[in-house]
Structure formats: C-alpha cells, structure tokens
Design a protein around this ligand. Sequence first.
Ligand code: IPE
Ligand code: IPE
Ligand code: MG
Length: 252
Amino acid sequence: MSLKDQINTGQLPKHIAIIMDGNGRWAKQHGQHRVFGHKNGVTAVRESAEAAAELGVSYLTLYAFSTENWNRPKIEVNALMQLLLQTINNEISTLNKNNIRLNAIGDLDSLPAINRKHLMKAIEETKHNDRMTLTLALSYSSRWEIVQAVKKLADKIVKGECTPEMVDAQCIEGLLNTGGMPDPELLIRTSGEFRISNFMLWQIAYSELYFTNTLWPDFRKEDLYAAIVDYQHRERRFGKTSEQINIVKDQK
Ligand code: IPE
Ligand code: IPE
Ligand code: MG
C-alpha cells in the first residue's frame, strides 16, 4: 500500500507546522553556495502545500525566516528577502488556483518595505480562498511573539479592558499572532536537527514532533505523507492514561 493510501483522512491533523531546515547543507552537498539551497527549497514549499491541501489539511504553517536569521551574513539575508519577494509574486496564481489563502506571522514591520507591500497584496488577493490557510512565519520567533502578547495584555489592563483575574489561556492565545488558528497537532523538522529554534513555543505544547533527516530542498509529498502516517500511529494522551484513552475509543 502506498504511503498516501495508509493515511486515514478522517483523522488528519487540522494544522501542520514545519521547520524547513537544511537548505545550506543541501547546497554544500551539491557544491554550491547556500543561496542555491534556498532557491531549491521553493519546490519543497510548493509540494508540501499542494499535498496538504489535497489531503484536506486546513492549516499549514512554514517557518521561513526567524528573528535570529537576521544575524546571518548580509548577502544571504538579502538573497533570502529577494527570493521571498519573487516566490510570493510567482505563486499568487497557483495559490488562487488551489484555493489556498496566504497568511503571515512574525515581525512583518522588520521586513523590507517592498516585501511587506507584496506580501500584503498576496494576502489580500487570496483572502477569500478557503480550502487551506498557508501561513509563512517571517521574521518570526516565539519569544518575540510572546513579548508582543504580554505588551498588548498590559495595555488592555492599563486601559481597563481586562483585569488580572480575567487573564486565562484563551485570552493569551488570542493575543498571539496565531490567534484564531488551532494549535498544530503535528510539527515536522527537516535536516536531522532535534530542536525547536524559537518556533511556536506556546502553540506546540501538545504537538506531536516528527524529525526527519531529509534536507528541506529534498522534501516531497511522500515525505509529508510519511510524517502524517507516523503521527496517526501515535497515542495522544494529553496527560491521561492509555487506559482512559482506550475506554473513550471503545465507547465510540
Ligand atoms: C533553512 O535552511 C532556511 C532558513 C533558516 C532560512 P538553513 O539555511 O538553515 O540550512 P542549514 O541548516 O544551514 O543547512
Ligand atoms: C530555524 O532554522 C529557522 C527556520 C527554519 C526559518 P535555523 O537553521 O535558523 O535554526 P538553528 O540556528 O539551526 O537552530
Ligand atoms: Mg539551519
């Protein structure tokens, strides 16, 4: 049976998040500059978005550029920004054809003005699409996001719109960039690194983590299917015992 056929479409994660890593190493393996790896990573973005949408996943979130990535050599940062701009403009028609809405999270004000302008245009032009939301995390880091949320909360309290007693998890969730989105049930990281690198720390509290050695530019639909099949074999207990989970299953 093919990997795709092994997927139970009734039990799909609603939200998949991916830390797209390994472009630089992929380029090195091909005797090329790091930027060559980033360029080839675009195919993997297209494949994973298409595969997720075709299966019926509602949200796909891709970590494309972290707050910390600004510290890379200027030449690489510039190339990444240029590639981002090109990709956004090239992909709008495909996004519309596939009924995919584009969204972005992160410190978007820190992006070059031209990138921001075209990003906002793409978001606007795809806003009525409702098959899947593709979120790009750009100049994103979880600690930055949490700091922003705390500032917004403090402001609300100062203005009397909220009291400390009213603060709960739901209230904090609403103040994060991902407000309104379900938490990812599945988080994938490519390239064999076993870390989170400041990505969605709040939202992944109960996500299933899947690590693969595949370098991002080599990631294809089959790799996404493999991650989903693996996810569907996990028992998600949310603090309960296995017996409790199975009693509920048996009653269904
Ligand atoms: C991921 O690939 C892309 C970004 C972080 C922008 P890397 O550029 O981190 O590739 P490696 O980890 O150096 O191989
Ligand atoms: C994480 O990859 C950020 C993105 C994928 C955008 P990095 O390559 O920047 O992470 P570290 O530095 O290895 O932790
Ligand atoms: Mg990396």
